[in-house]
Design a binder for this molecule. Sequence first.
Ligand code: AQP
Length: 333
Amino acid sequence: MDDKKIIFSGVQPSGNLTLGNYLGAIKNWVKLQDEYNCIYAMMDMHTITVRQTPADIRRRTFEVLALYIACGIDPEKVTLFIQSHNPAHAELAWVLNCYTYMGELQRMTQFKDKSSRHAENINAGLFTYPVLMAADILLYQADFVPVGKDQMQHIEICRDIAERFNAIYGDVFKVPEGMLPKVGANIMSLQEPTKKMSKSDENPKAYISLMDDMNIIAKKIKSAVTDSEGVIEYREGDETKAGVNNLLSIMSAVTGREIDSIAAEYSGKGYGDFKGDVAEAVVECIRPIRQEYDRLISDKQYLLDICAKGAESAARISQRTIKKVYKKVGFVV
Ligand code: AQP
């Protein structure tokens, strides 16, 4: 094993990946793959915390994998696997459940949000989602977890669980740190820009899917909610500017330009011109990803081989942690 630091992250195959998933997470993962030992998964076990159609999860798991690779993740450099292929995730999650308090889980914003959206199915898995996520990360003794802003609260609880366990049993887990991208950490809904862009939003106009046709992407951006002021200016924290702030952030994240310089370029111009240019920039960013995705998704055997190799390596690494944990808590190993 080399002495590179370890990165773990993943995306749930709970819908088509959005521009938010790409700019908030995956784009950043690509940059990290040379410098770190990276482990990226398709988080299918998290997906069933909300009711799904089984065939959709299976199909999307491969779509997510093909998208990872199409976005620039190199399977030769990175461990890529399906979460449920490594039983250690469920094993460690059970142990960690016994070291996590109901009170701290009740404070999780995602739980509050998802339980209000799925009031008919507030299941125990939805409640303990952050514990499974802690297990995902701690199994691999990850140093860093690149995520979007919405997941930072889950990283905090993961750190708390790790510290609590270490305080009882000694240095078992590395305490990981969240890693936010400089721009794109919080891409908002195009229809309700004070809410994050989410792949399970009921309104498809609210998000850009990486699977959308290019003309649909352009249309969605052109119909994004802004305001009636007609001024293209970034004003942090000003809810009335949430739509414009979001479009400026998107433009900055896809072009690599500073927000201020983009705002200066559009000073005195109308929203129509601005939205047209944002649409074009987003389409140019997604088009090559889609072309590569279309090529990869038809090669099922190639994708299966990557998952098999990844699961083997993930299981090998995580067994060391499981053995240590089981021994510490008193199981016969
Ligand atoms: N809008 C966003 N802006 C920036 N980053 C985002 N991420 C998600 N949405 C945004 C980041 O993408 C990674 C994978 O997320 P996930 O699929 O595991 O779960 P999520 O955060 O719950 O994403 P969604 O799209 O909202 O999924 P659903 O609708 O199924 O719950 C994470 O790093 C996340 O921060």
